[in-house]
Every structure is written in structure tokens, then in C-alpha cells.
Design a protein around this ligand. Structure first.
Ligand SMILES: C[S@@+](CC[C@H](N)C(=O)[O-])C[C@H]1O[C@@H](n2cnc3c(N)ncnc32)[C@H](O)[C@@H]1O
Length: 296
């Protein structure tokens, strides 16, 4: 386990990847490198991609210190980039035919827990939420500039937020007085909407709205829709595609793709979730769903 991120469905993902020594694998969301480490341990060679430069910098240091025998650049190649360009990234690093590709979607614990990254409503930070700091749009820009109708649509469509219209209205009223600059400022506005409506939730009231903003800031669904079709040509016959998703919108994109892509045979009739032990140990794993397929 790494402090940077606690990997989810680790054994299950590695089992479905069916790792063989000297074969090539792409970890399209390398994050803290937990899944990649298991592939390397089994003798696989990995191209690890992440859109977050902090992840790549962290791994460059970590893998060198952890295992001096590991030949970074031979057994492991690290590439900063968006997986919506997975085919180009893979080819430019000599990974044009691989035995397995893994996507472990969403954010890492490091991203969530670093207040400055602005992902968490539980920490005071700027309203940012960009996985790649080089991209232009921050949560701040959406929250302070979008029309009420569009904000409502985002909260409803990407998170099923029941109070989407009231939250959008409260945001528009608050920003007339001064821009909403911080995560806790936004969380407070949402909490007040819930309080006024006397609505109680198991999760923090800001959970859904923050999820919706993050999805839009990072074009998460579009990136996945663009990436999946590129993977099939990259896989050799019998190559495995494994995707771990964290909400139903992502999972239905994967499910639909597996269903209609005739060159893939589905290995998971129903998606695999974490056992009660994993949820207890790592509550963030509770919404994880793994789907796997093999190229025929
Ligand atoms: C859940 S973490 C992966 C954790 C990793 N499997 C581990 O065991 O440490 C997801 C990672 O995917 C990255 N990511 C999300 N969307 C991406 C995209 N479109 N392209 C590349 N990386 C992306 C995030 O920056 C984050 O580091």
C-alpha cells in the first residue's frame, strides 16, 4: 500500500490482467503506482500514464528509491498525458501491441487530501479540481460564471443532485455579493440549502455537487468515451482490458462499450465490487466496480 493512494480491487484487477513475465502492459491511470507495482512484481513491463504531473514526479522518485534494481525506462516508462490520447502515447513509447490495459478511474487519495488541489469539501482550499494543472478551466470558473440553468443541469446530470436548482440559485445569489473562491465557501452554501430544506443525508450535502463539478472540470466522461475505442487496436489477441469505475455514469459507458465492441469477450457478467473487508479497510472503495474483457 502506498501513502499516496490506497489501491482499490488490487488482487482482482491483477487477476483479470493475467500478467505474464516480459509482456507489455499499460496502466492508463498510474496514480500512486499500486497496481503497476504488482504488474512489475510479476515480471511485466509497464507504460504508466497519468494526466497529473504530481503523480509522475512522485513515482519517478518513489520507484527509484524503493527498488534500485528496477530499470526505470526499461521495466517502467512514465508518461504524463491524458488517456484520451492513449494510442499516440503508447505508440510513441513502443507499446503499440500490449497484453493488458488498466483504467482505475477518478482521483487518487493524494489529490483528494491535498487541500490546494481543491477536490475536497472537507478541506479549505481554492476551487480548483484540475487533475492536470495545465488545463484551463477550474471549478472556480464554472461556479462563478455559468448561468443558473447550466449549473442546475450539471448538478442534476452528473450527480443526480435532488436540490440542483436550489443549489444553483444559492450559488448565483452568493456570487453577486462576492466571487466564491474556496471549497469550504461552496460547501457552506450547499450545506445551508440542505438545512433550509430540512433535508438530511448520510453523506455530506456537498458530496454530489463536488462530484459533478469535478467530472465537468476534467471532462471525465468524454475522456473515457474517447479512450476506450482506442484500446482494442492496442491489445494483442487474448489481451485484457480492465476498467475500475466509481460511479454509474462511468460504469454505463464501460458496460455499453463492452457490449457493442465485437472484438471483445466480456469476462465479468456482472461488475465486481469490493468485499466487506476491503470497504471496512478503505471506505473509498465502496463504489468501485470492475469490468474486464479479453480481445478475441
Ligand atoms: C484512482 S487513481 C489511480 C490509482 C492507481 N491505480 C494506484 O493504485 O495507485 C486515478 C488516477 O488517474 C488519473 N487520471 C484521471 N483521469 C485521467 C486521464 N483522463 N488521463 C490520465 N490520467 C487520468 C488521476 O490523475 C489519478 O492519478
Amino acid at each position: 500500500m502506498s501513502q499516496y493512494h490506497q489501491s482499490v480491487l488490487l488482487q482482482e484487477a491483477i487477476k483479470f490482467l493475467n500478467v505474464k513475465p516480459q509482456h507489455l502492459y499499460i496502466d492508463a491511470t498510474i496514480g500512486g503506482g499500486g497496481h503497476t507495482r504488482q504488474i512489475l512484481r510479476r515480471g511485466g513491463k509497464v507504460l504508466g500514464i497519468d494526466s497529473d504531473p504530481e503523480s509522475i514526479a512522485h513515482l519517478n522518485k518513489k520507484f527509484k528509491i524503493e527498488n534500485l534494481k528496477l530499470k526505470i525506462g526499461e521495466d517502467l516508462i512514465l508518461a504524463q498525458g491524458n488517456f484520451n490520447r492513449i494510442a499516440d502515447i503508447a505508440r510513441s513509447h513502443g507499446f503499440s501491441k500490449v497484453s493488458g490495459i488498466l483504467f482505475d478511474l477518478g482521483v487518487s487519495s493524494h489529490q483528494l487530501e491535498t487541500a490546494q488541489r481543491g477536490f475536497s469539501f472537507q478541506k479549505e482550499g481554492p476551487l480548483d479540481m484540475r487533475m492536470d494543472k495545465n488545463s484551463n478551466i477550474r471549478a472556480f470558473d464554472l461556479v462563478n460564471n455559468l448561468e443558473k440553468r447550466r449549473l442546475n443541469e450539471i448538478f442534476e446530470k452528473y450527480a443526480g443532485e435532488k436540490l440542483s436548482w436550489s443549489i444553483a440559485s444559492a450559488i448565483c445569489s452568493a456570487r453577486k455579493i462576492k466571487p466564491i473562491e474556496t471549497t469550504d465557501g461552496l460547501a457552506h452554501i450547499i450545506k445551508e440549502v440542505y438545512r433550509r430544506k430540512h433535508l438530511r443525508t448520510k453523506l455530506h450535502p456537498a458530496t454530489k455537487a463536488f462530484q459533478a463539478l469535478r467530472i465537468v472540470v476534467n471532462s471525465e466522461l468524454l475522456n473515457l468515451e474517447e479512450a476506450l475505442p482506442q484500446t482494442v487496436n492496442l491489445l494483442e489477441k487474448q489481451g485484457r482490458l480492465v476498467v475500475i469505475s466509481f460511479h454509474s455514469l462511468e460504469d454505463s459507458i464501460v458496460k455499453r462499450f463492452f457490449k457493442y465492441e465485437k472484438r471483445l469477450k466480456v469476462l465479468t457478467k456482472t461488475p465486481i465490487g469490493p468485499g466487506s473487508g476491503e470497504i471496512l479497510h478503505n471506505p473509498r472503495s465502496r463504489s468501485a466496480r470492475l469490468r474486464a474483457a479479453v480481445k478475441i
